[in-house]
Design a protein around this ligand. Structure first.
Ligand SMILES: [Fe+2]
Length: 262
């Protein structure tokens, strides 16, 4: 029995498994295996073992899939939806105000114009407004944690929000997710659909997190980390972070399998 309940394994065991699996990946590469963006069957991320894809992806006819694909909302995207600090009449949320800006590109480097970008995140205390998140951090009455916008003519998106806190989860004892913001992009076609997470520079939790480390190569993990941008920072107002996203091709941002909730 532990403070978090019975049966949870220690961080040291999880970390050792991460290191071991990454080494195995490198050994496989040296033996001629192909590179991969993510390890779907990644044991340190305990629940992924039960629900990762077990069959190879199938090619489908894009026109067919678009008949049953997700539909956009019934109303147009309003400018206020990209400002998560201004969505409540009661006031502003607690936390470090910041601006996130970046370009959405295709694999040829061309901007993805006028396409939907959605985000969701925990509040400054690391808590989501979600019935499954009941850990004892305060909810913020002035923060919902969801926003959306369209990219502009140059493929640029921009959000104003607050920095999310790290939060605990029950993958193992004392498991904490690095601060992150979830991103969903539709791109120009359903086949470009991307769901991923953006992280912040130099987070001490990176090495400990099984989700971040389900990406086996450092260069790919680095692509999920926004850069602090002093030119984007506004005096007396907000810190600036820049994060570009590539939707398909060899420079593509890592994406997560459907059903991932963390
Ligand atoms: Fe999350």
């Amino acid at each position: 029995m532990t403070a978090n309940g019975p049966g949870l394994e220690p961080q040291d065991k999880i970390t050792a498994e991460i290191v071991s699996r990454h080494q195995q990946y490198q050994d496989d590469l040296a033996a001629g295996a192909r590179r991969t963006g993510t390890l779907l069957d990644f044991a340190p991320y305990r629940s992924s073992v039960l629900r990762h894809p077990t069959k190879d992806p199938r090619l489908v006819d894009p026109e067919t899939i678009e008949l049953v694909s997700p539909a956009y909302g019934h109303w147009e995207v309003a400018p206020i939806e990209s400002d998560l600090t201004a969505q409540h009449v009661g006031g502003e949320p607690q936390g470090q105000r910041m601006v996130i800006e970046g370009r959405v590109l295709d694999s040829a480097g061309q901007p993805i114009r006028h396409q939907l970008v959605e985000i969701w995140q925990a509040n400054a205390g690391g808590r989501y407004i979600h019935q499954r998140d009941q850990h004892p951090a305060p909810l913020d009455p002035n923060f919902t944690g969801a926003g959306r916008t369209l990219t502009d003519e140059n493929g640029v998106y921009r959000f104003t929000t607050i920095k999310p806190g790290a939060y605990p989860w029950k993958n193992h004892l004392n498991a904490w997710r690095p601060a992150h913001i979830h991103f969903s992009l539709f791109g120009n076609a359903v086949t470009q659909r991307l769901v991923t997470q953006m992280y912040f520079p130099d987070d001490p939790l990176f090495a400990l997190d099984p989700i971040y480390n389900s990406i086996p190569e450092q260069r790919d993990r680095d692509r999920l980390v926004a850069a602090y941008d002093h030119d984007l920072t506004s005096p007396e107002w907000a810190l600036g972070f820049r994060w570009d996203i590539v939707l398909s091709g060899p420079q593509a941002t890592w994406f997560e399998p459907e059903g991932d909730e963390h």
